[in-house]
Design a protein around this ligand. Structure first.
Ligand SMILES: Nc1ncnc2c1ncn2[C@@H]1O[C@H](COP(=O)(O)OP(=O)(O)O)[C@@H](O)[C@H]1O
Ligand SMILES: [Mg+2]
Length: 313
């Protein structure tokens, strides 16, 4: 295991009534893209900050490549690359200099730093922007510079905190490609996100985090399969009465695994049974059925089933 998080706990001095990280255990395998998915305030940044020696745990420990990060912060930092939640590029320096200085800081000779910077600019398609300043770049390009800089000293693990927050959909897809390319170089990636699509598309394994605790951890496919339904029918009903009484009538149908009330109707978790959809419509019709949408389970569904809340508030 390249990253080993054991019984990690964090209470900030400035906020003693909240347990920011509440007993987290996680293992990340070498070479995988691992995602921490959870809403705002779940404890994602705190976890990453401790892993990357930017914050100290209240208890528990983190091992990177077998090394305790609190006991050996300087050596650990050589194995770690970090892209924080907010842009930390030096605005007074060019893109080239931002990466170059990082290499020098990690002990590269001037010649090696220059060669490594050129190589990274090439790899991330940034060569033409080498002389630009960070504030002249789009959000997507700036994020690529941050990643290039973070891996410049060839760390084993890259931590990305909300890498695509604020990016437009096109830049987000370009970012995902850049992250996937890291895997082919053998770099392990740990990222946090509150976008379920990002966790689903990009991550080989995902841990869902809420209120400082890991609720589940598995591949996206296994998490979605855990919902126990191939299809979800969202029934929109005219009147409140139907919402209360319809679930019981639907629950007895063969192939329906669960029914729950929503703000505007009921949500039906269904298995692939022939004729079930028309049966559901026939049953719901007398209860004031107004509209029907069919979806498949997503990581959002998993989160709702676990917490009763939506991922995005
Ligand atoms: N520097 C800090 N001082 C005090 N409380 C903090 C600090 N950073 C985060 N918190 C609190 O810790 C909890 C977890 O926050 P955070 O780790 O930032 O979550 P996330 O990254 O998932 O949004 C929140 O209640 C937040 O207010
Ligand atoms: Mg955060």
């Amino acid at each position: 295991m390249i990253v080993q998080i054991e019984h990690l706990r964090k209470v900030y001095d400035g906020k003693p009534d909240v347990v920011a990280v509440d007993g987290i255990d996680l293992s990340v395998r070498e070479g995988e893209i691992f995602g921490l998915l959870g809403p705002n305030g779940a404890g994602k940044t705190t976890t990453i900050s401790i892993c990357t020696t930017r914050a100290l745990p209240s208890s528990g420990r983190v091992l990177i490549a077998g090394m305790d990060v609190v006991a050996h912060p300087a050596i650990s930092r050589r194995e770690i690359g970090v892209v924080p939640q907010y842009n930390t590029l030096d605005r007074a320096c060019t893109i080239f200099e931002n990466i170059h200085f990082h290499c020098l800081y990690f002990g590269f000779s001037r010649a090696d730093a220059t060669a490594r910077t050129r190589e990274l600019l090439e790899q991330f398609h940034l060569t033409e922007r080498a002389g630009a300043r960070p504030q002249q770049l789009s959000g997507g390009l700036a994020q690529r510079v941050q990643i290039a800089r973070a891996i410049a000293h060839r760390p084993k693990v890259l931590f990305l905190d909300e890498p695509s927050a604020g990016l437009d959909p096109q830049s987000r897809i370009a970012l995902w490609d850049a992250v996937r390319a890291l895997r082919s170089q053998g770099i392990t990636v740990v990222l946090t996100t509150h976008y379920m699509e990002e966790a689903d598309e990009l991550c080989e394994r995902v841990a869902i985090i809420d209120h400082g605790k890991i609720l589940v951890e598995d591949t996206p496919a296994a998490l979605k399969a855990s919902v126990g339904a191939g299809k979800i029918y969202e029934l929109d009903l005219h009147d409140q009465k139907g919402r209360v009484s319809l679930p019981a009538s639907l629950g007895v149908l063969d192939g329906i695994t669960a029914v729950e009330q929503t703000d505007t109707g009921v949500r039906v978790f269904a298995q692939p049974v022939d004729g079930l959809l028309s049966e559901v419509v026939r049953t719901a019709d007398p209860f004031g059925l107004r509209d029907l949408t069919i979806t498949e389970p997503s990581l959002e569904t998993v989160f709702i089933r676990l917490t009763g809340r939506e991922l995005r508030e």
